[in-house]
Write a protein that binds this ligand. Structure first.
Ligand code: 6PG
Length: 264
């Protein structure tokens, strides 16, 4: 019989992704009292963020064999993120104001944080409206260096170690705002955050993005790519067949990379 996830609907794929993210967040929060999460942009995460925001029935985690830590409150109708213990960041941002329809911050605000008590939320957004964009990249890196200075997790790495980084996949194999036609940005090892030129695809605006080494030092990277049109590409990248593409360069040095896409 085909493994369950090979014949699941997009809704089931989104639910499994939401459950995995919620479990990973609770595991980090239970272990160290907080969880650092870098959010993905684009459009695909909208239903995923809505699902996480609304929470999931506890029995779903059992059915998906995603056991929840004891710290998760019992007897609730739904389980969601440990909101008070989560510290939210962004993996990339478009160089537009936060209220712009193209803003990744605005998308997360509309879909993930909607209806949440702002006092419960700790977030550090990338200031896409910065001028010049390089100043926005420097400012965000300074914030990360301040926040992660004590977050060494016993590693001697000179990069921050996020508990969770959510990533999408572009049709050209880009992820965050690391594009195949920008080798300099892909080769960057000094800057944790970069301002990169506008890609040849919409939205054609400059971007701020975490650099590849930062993605590769995360505890857990979750690639969520629900579109059937990108399934074959996702599968080939997951099999390690496309080390030439940005998404194929995301390798877990110490953590894990989880690919979630509809099987072709
Ligand atoms: C962005 C994203 C980008 C996105 C992919 C997939 O700001 O555009 O971070 O990397 O994840 O382009 O986009 P969709 O989810 O819209 O297909």
């Amino acid at each position: 019989m085909k493994p369950q996830h090979l014949c699941e609907t997009e809704k089931e794929l989104t639910r499994r992704t939401a459950a995995l993210i919620i479990q990973a967040a609770w595991q980090a929060a239970s272990k160290q009292g907080h969880c650092t999460i870098a959010l993905a942009g684009g459009n695909s995460p909208r239903p995923l963020y809505r699902m996480i925001s609304g929470g999931l029935p506890p029995d779903l985690f059992t059915r998906l064999n995603l056991p929840l830590p004891a710290a998760v409150p019992h007897g609730e109708a739904t389980v969601s993120l440990p909101w008070r213990q989560c510290i939210f960041f962004w993996g990339d941002e478009r160089c537009v104001p936060p209220d712009d329809a193209r803003s990744n911050y605005r998308m997360a605000d509309e879909e993930l944080f909607c209806g949440k008590n702002p006092e419960e939320l700790t977030m550090f957004r990338m200031h896409g409206e910065s001028s010049p964009p390089e100043a926005g990249a420097e400012a965000y890196e300074a914030e990360l260096r301040q926040l992660f200075i004590n977050e060494k997790k016993g590693s001697d790495s000179s990069y921050p170690v996020f508990d969770l980084i959510l990533l999408g996949l572009g049709p050209d194999g880009h992820t965050a705002s690391l594009f195949p036609d920008n080798p300099a940005a892909l080769a960057e090892t000094e800057q944790w955050v970069q301002a990169v030129r506008a890609p040849d695809m919409e939205p054609k605006v400059m971007r701020l993005t975490l650099s590849l080494p930062v993605l590769n030092h995360a505890e857990t990277v979750v690639f969520y790519s629900p579109g059937k049109e990108k399934a074959a590409l996702a599968a080939s990248i997951e099999r390690g067949e496309r080390p030439d593409l940005p998404a194929g360069m995301v390798k877990a040095l110490k953590g894990r990379v989880v690919w979630l896409y509809p099987h072709p």
